[in-house]
Structures are given as C-alpha cells and as structure tokens.
Ligand binder design. Structure first.
Ligand code: HDD
Length: 764
C-alpha cells in the first residue's frame, strides 16, 4: 500500500481527493466480498452481499438464470479497468501538466469515460416509455395440442421462461406511475421454438380500429407540442378533441375513465392480448383466440384522489410495489385463459372480431384457463433488461398466427421498425434480454453492433459449399401461415374502407357501463367530469357529452351536470343507425369487483401508527397476525427509530408519518396507550393520515384509546360500538375483544375498499 501511495500523483492541499494516496481508500478488493462467496444467481453489486433477486426460481425455470449468465458482470473483488481491460490506477484525477496545469488531450482514460457517459441514454419509447420489468415463468395446465402446436402449450406442467414489462402509455420515461392511463402488459415467452411476444394491455379494447390512426391518437394524448404539457395525463384539449371526433373510441373511453386506469398494483390488474389471434394445431387447423391474463391476487384499483397524492409522494409506486413483492417472495401470479371460437361462430356475432374496439363477452364465449404465470425474479440491471427489451407483435411461433385485424397489421410493422432506431440497428435481437433460447441460424449478416461471429464463407441459401445449411425446416417443423381465404376481395378489390359492423360505436360502450356496479359507474362519471373540466374549449366538452348520450343517457347527464352543461347537446349522429342486436346486454365479468382475489393479504401494506408511550403488546399482536396473513405491516412513527412503550419492550419505527403518508398504505391500525395516543394527536400528520385512510375507504382498526384520534380527525363515525360497523371497514377493539376485532379487520383489508363510506364531494 505504501509503495502504491508513493507512486500516485497527489495534491497536498486536498488529501481526501486523492485516491489511494489519501489513506481513506481501502486496498483494492478489500471493500467487497470475494466473488467465490457470493450466493449463486445473485446480482450482487453491493458490499453487503444482499441477494437483490429475492428468492430464485426453481431450477430450470428461468430463462435468464443460465443463458444470461454469460453476460452478467459482477465486479466483486475486481480491479477497475477501462473498456479495453486496462487497469486504471487513479479514478479521481484527470491527467494534467502539473497539479495546477492544463488537462492533457492524451488522457484516454478520462476521454473514454466521458464519451461513454455522453452516450448513456437511448431514445425512449414513443409510447410506453415508462415501464417496469420482471422475469418469471409460464406453466401449462394441460396439453392443448388439439388447439395449437405452440411449444408452451404442448404438455401439462410444461414451463416456459418469460420476461414481462408493464408500462403506462402517455408519460415520459421518468413520469409518475399512477397516472390515469392504459397499462401495457407485454410478455415475452422464450419458447423452445423461438420467442413469442404477447404485447397486450390491461384493457381488452383499444381507442381506434385502424393503425392508420395510431400516430394521430398518440400525438393527441401526449403532452401538447407547443408547451410540452401536461405530462402523463389525458386531461387536456388535444386528447379530448381527437377522441370526441372519433366515436369509435367511446368504448375504450369507458374503460379508461374507470378505475382500471388507476390500478393498485401491476400484480392486481388483468392483461389482454386485445386482438383476435389464431391458434393453429399440427394438422394446420385453426381457431380464433383472445388471450386473457387474470391476477390471482384479484383486480384492485386506487381511487383518483389517492392516485393523485401518491404521484407526489412516490412516483415509483407501481415499480416499487412490483420490486418489493418479488423481493419478499409475494410473487405476482396470473392465470392465462383462452377464449376460443371458430370462424363460423365469429360470422354470427353481432360485432366484428377484427374490430379492436370490441370484446367478445365472456357470457358468449367462456374463458378457458390454460396455465399460470409467476413473476419471481427482479432484473439485475434496469437498462440492460427492462429498457433494452424489445417486444414485437411480429414475434410469433409455430401454432400462433394473426387475424386480419387492421390495427394488428400496422403493429406487425411498427414494433420492429421502432426498435431499429431505438436500439440502434437491426441486430437488437442479439441483445441478451431479447435473444431467444432457441438457437438462431440464418444468412442475415452484419449491421451495427453485430455480436455473432459467423464462420465459413457461406451466407446464402441454397448453397452446396455449406452442405446446404442452414436448411429450410419444412412445414412439419417450421412456421406456416394459415392459408385463410378472404372472401370479399373479389367484389371489392383494393379499398380504403371498413366493414359495416365497425360502425357500431356504442353498443359495447353501453354494455361496459351497464355492467359496472353503482360505485364503479360513479367513478366513471367523476373521471369524465375531472378530465373534461381540464379541457378549455367548451365545444369539445359538449361534443364529448353528445357522444356519451349514444352510450348512456344516465352517464351523459351526470357528466353534463358536473360540467354545468345545460341543456344537454343533441346526441352525435349515428354512423350505423340500426346496429345488430347484441347477444349480451350485461356482463358482470366486466366489473372489477368480479375478481376479488384469493382472500389473502399478500403484498398489501398496512400502517401501524406508533409514538412514545403506545401500548406495545397489543400493537405487536396485530402486526404478527397481519404478517401471518402475508401483509407488509410497517410501524409508522411520529419519527423513525426506537419508541418506548407503556408496557415493555420498545418498538422500532422504520417509517415516519412524514416520509410515508397515509395514502401509501392499504389499511391502518391505530394503537392503544394514552400517552402514545396523546403524542399522535398532537401531530397534524396523524390527522391527515387518518382522514386519507377514511376518505379512500380503507379498513381501519382502532385499538383502545385511539378512538380519540378518530374523533379528533372529525370522522363521521358512531363511536359507541365496540366492533365492526357493517360494511364501513372500521373496527374498534378493546382489550377483551382484540382477537376477534383483528380477524374482522383482516377480512376488511382483504375486501380492499369499503365504498359504503364514499362521498362525492368528500365531507369536510
Ligand atoms: Fe403498441 C409499444 C401495446 C397499438 C406501436 N405497445 C407498446 C407496448 C405495449 C403496447 C404494451 C410496450 C412494450 C414494451 O414494454 O416495450 N399497442 C399495444 C396494444 C395495442 C397497441 C395492446 C392495441 C391493441 N401500438 C399500437 C399500434 C401501433 C403501436 C396500433 C402502431 C401502428 N407500440 C407501438 C410502438 C411501440 C409500442 C411505437 C413503442 C415502443 C415499442 O413499440 O417498442 O411501436
């Protein structure tokens, strides 16, 4: 060490800046664990050696554990080098002529470091820029060989590795997670026969019917081009101007104004392939299919006021939730279901299955569960994996094929195209997260950033010099498109037009609204009211109400009233005055309430308030019960750190009322203990905390003396009952009834929300 220090350049006036010579730096390698001591599969980059990946998947279950190992870099115990592998002696000082002299151009170490840094960013996705990813696996329940030859569905228990990226659509890469928006739900299956990307959303329909309109839609919803506002929000003029002139968007607007667009978590939202796709079996027979993902934890959402507040306190709310669920072993899990129907059935439907603004109601074609997906591993590196992952609807495998949905047709082009500029060339499939597990052999060559080193002189087919390799797989093994017939072609020829049923813009919008519970309907009306109240041009507001009248008079009236529009404008003229009678007029499956989940508290966050002098034993008992049910139960204090209790051991608060406000939690426990309650009552944060929990309809457990806090917060609750108050989710407990009350509270948390106490506008 001494010799090394002597050899280093040094600055006598600033010893701390000196690298090794300062004496503050540890010896090379001394501050990190040696590589041999790292847990296998760890992504360790920190000196404490914590395995950042959480529990590892069962062996053989993760695409990325082995194939990606060849590119994983772990610097534990390693010396710092340049990109050329040259060891760097001093990473603190640039090369200068004398300590006060000019920097020298020959400093290749400084120049390499700055040059690389200058190019660290790549263009963000034009849509879905903000996203979070996870690794996992898909497991098939039973062989589906009668329907499809796609590799993941060939046998019961067959496991296919996946990488999933969830996203918002409109906001930029650093925007908030809880914007009102559609969520992307993109799944890359690393199948035995190549990669299959199911690039879906958490809403089963779309705004438009034809890819021709996609750039217009995106230009309308993104921040307005003159002043680049608003960020990650559809509540502005250009969006509503566009959609109110595109009545085909009405159905999608219903979904986007519903609580589906503000999910509680990625783990509690559904996913949909949206388009009709085809399944093809080994005999070449095909059926249509719609893909549905349903979360085992149930479909749960935020309420709008909560979403707005969360976006300030924790813009990474969904990203953090996903990360923490996986770290703590509460792996997000989804069931995949197929809706299968034949071409003949499709012809009879009252809607067109090529129209992405339409669903196939579950009551018409039931869901068939086919497998489950578990997300059990966090990425090692956000950029290398979540940012560089490239999904493309064109990535299908034998057994999956397209329908003629004109929106899908545009997508098949668009994704590959965008990756070429976003990821800097045509070789993005070689980036580790994108490369298939199945071997790749073809005669495509060269291009920017080529990784593969192709041997030999043959790069063409047919060839004899390479023994004819790589050779065509043939129909039995290779991808064969379904030879679908297109009937209308002969009469119509090339046209720029749509089928007639596409013009029924309102029947399914009405179906969606009428299938919601009253609470959900109220939320939809409030969301329209909020969004349109941000629109500055009155004609746009009125046109939207005129459009809504065709879907639901009741909704149109509520929205108009909220916006002060009186009288109601005439309904927009119908493009199809006499649409076919729908098969289904109410579909309870469309309500978020239809999927309450598995009843556990897995992944839910519960705050237990603490201050010096609370009763420790009763609070700890509730905490233990919550943890036993899978909840994340955190002690939130008037400050962080140890708190003396009135009855024994101190409690350790790891969050404070200031740094983790109430709306970040799913439920609240108020402590017993006169002194502690008095301390909490003196802190204004406590009142805000309680009011938000109450306003957002979350379960609250009040132990003993803490009733005082509820009274001080001015909550409109009767205080003379000692137990649950019906559906309000408020549970009071005295020492004798604590056990029963805790059980009641836990059931209340599992119910997610207690909308019986919701009021619009909120009470004072
Ligand atoms: Fe798209 C990204 C989903 C219509 C063009 N789209 C993108 C992502 C998702 C979707 C989840 C993010 C993937 C990721 O995490 O990297 N998009 C959809 C769905 C649609 C849809 C469900 C309708 C059914 N998209 C759509 C159309 C077009 C595009 C009609 C163009 C014709 N989408 C793109 C894109 C993006 C994209 C511009 C931006 C970044 C990317 O592809 O990789 O190509």
């Amino acid at each position: 060490m001494q010799d090394m220090a002597a050899a280093m350049p040094h600055n006598p006036t600033k010893p701390a800046e000196h690298g090794f010579a300062s004496g503050l730096q540890p010896q090379p390698g001394a501050h990190v664990q040696p590589a041999s001591r790292l847990p296998t599969g760890s992504t360790l980059s920190e000196e404490n050696g914590s395995p950042k990946t959480g529990s590892l998947a069962p062996e053989g279950v993760n695409a990325t554990i082995e194939p990606l190992d060849r590119v994983r870099v772990d610097s534990a115990g390693q010396v710092l080098t340049t990109n050329q592998g040259v060891p760097v002696a001093d990473n603190q000082n640039s090369l200068k002529y004398g300590v006060r002299g000019p920097a020298l151009l020959e400093d290749f170490i400084l120049r390499e470091k700055l040059t690389h840094f200058d190019h660290e960013r790549i263009p963000e996705r034009i849509v879905h820029a903000r996203g979070s990813g996870a690794h996992g696996f898909f497991e098939c329940y039973e062989p589906l060989t009668d329907l499809t030859r796609a590799a993941p569905f060939q046998e019961a228990g067959k496991v296919t590795p996946v990488f999933v990226r969830f996203s918002t659509v409109a906001g930029e890469r650093g925007s908030k997670d809880t914007a009102r928006d559609v969520r992307g739900f993109a799944v890359k299956f690393y199948t035995d026969e190549g990669n299959w990307d199911l690039v879906g959303n958490n809403i089963p329909v779309f705004f438009i019917q034809d890819a021709m309109k996609f750039p217009d839609l995106v230009h309308a919803v993104k921040a307005e081009p003159h002043h680049q506002m608003p960020q990650a929000a559809s509540a502005h003029d250009t969006f509503w101007d566009f959609v109110s002139l595109m009545p085909e968007s009405t159905h999608m607007l219903m979904w986007v104004m519903s609580d589906r667009a503000i999910p509680r978590s990625f783990a509690t939202m559904q996913g949909f392939g949206v388009h009709s796709y085809r399944l093809v079996n080994a005999a070449g027979e095909s059926v249509f299919v719609k893909f549905h993902w349903s979360p085992v934890a149930g479909t749960h959402s935020l309420v709008w006021d909560e979403a707005v507040k969360i976006s300030g306190a924790d813009p990474d709310y969904h990203r953090r939730d996903l990360w923490e669920r996986i770290e703590s072993g509460n792996f997000p899990e989804y069931e995949l279901a197929f809706q299968v129907f034949t071409e003949e059935q499709a012809e009879q439907f009252s809607f067109d299955i090529l129209d992405a603004t339409k669903i196939v109601p579950e009551e018409l074609v039931p869901l068939r569960p086919v497998g489950r997906m578990v997300l059990n591993r966090n990425p090692d590196n956000f950029f290398a994996e979540t940012e560089q992952v490239a999904f493309c609807t064109a990535h299908v495998v034998p057994g999956i094929d397209f329908s003629n949905d004109p929106l899908l047709a545009g997508r098949i082009h668009s994704y590959v195209d965008t990756q070429i500029s976003r990821l800097g060339g045509p070789n993005f499939h070689e980036i580790p997260i994108n490369s298939p597990i199945a071997p790749v052999h073809n005669n495509q060559r060269d291009g920017l950033h080529r990784q593969a080193i192709h041997r030999g002189r043959v790069a063409y087919e047919p060839n004899s010099l390479g023994g004819g390799c790589p050779f065509q797989a043939g129909a039995a093994q290779g991808f064969v498109s379904v030879p679908a017939r297109i009937r209308a072609d002969e009469e119509q020829g090339k046209v720029r037009a749509k089928p007639e049923k596409f013009a029924d813009h309102y029947t399914q919008a009405r179906l969606f609204f009428e299938s919601q519970t009253p609470v959900e309907q109220d939320h939809i009306a409030s969301a329209f009211r909020f969004e349109l109240s941000k629109v500055t041009v009155p004609a746009i507001r009125e046109r939207t109400v005129a459009m809504l009248r065709n879907a639901s008079e009741e909704l149109a009236q509520k929205v108009a009233m909220g916006l002060g529009i009186d009288p109601l404008p005439e309904p927009l003229p119908l493009a199809l005055p006499d649409p076919a009678k729908p098969e289904v007029t109410r579909s309870p499956a469309l309500s978020l309430m239809a999927r309450p989940g598995d009843g556990t508290l897995r992944g839910r966050k519960v705050a237990l308030l603490v201050a010096p002098g609370v009763h420790g034993a009763s609070l700890s008992a509730v905490q233990a019960a919550l943890v036993e049910h899978g909840a994340v139960a955190r002690l939130v204090g008037t400050r962080i750190g140890r708190m003396p209790t009135s009855d024994g051991d101190p409690l350790d608060a790891d969050a404070s009322l200031e740094n983790e406000p109430g709306f970040l939690f799913d439920a609240l426990v108020l402590p017993d203990g006169d002194e502690g309650v008095a301390a909490l009552a003196q802190d204004g944060h406590t009142m805000e905390f309680i009011k938000d929990q109450f306003r957002h309809c979350k379960a609250i457990l009040s132990l003993g003396a803490s009733r005082l806090l509820l009274a001080k917060a001015g909550l409109p609750v009767s205080m003379d009952k000692s137990h649950a108050q019906g559906g309000t989710g408020l549970v009071f407990a005295d020492a004798a009834g604590a056990k029963a009350a805790t059980a009641e509270f836990i059931a209340g948390v599992a119910r997610h929300r207690h909308f019986g106490r919701e009021m619009d506008p909120p009470p004072l």
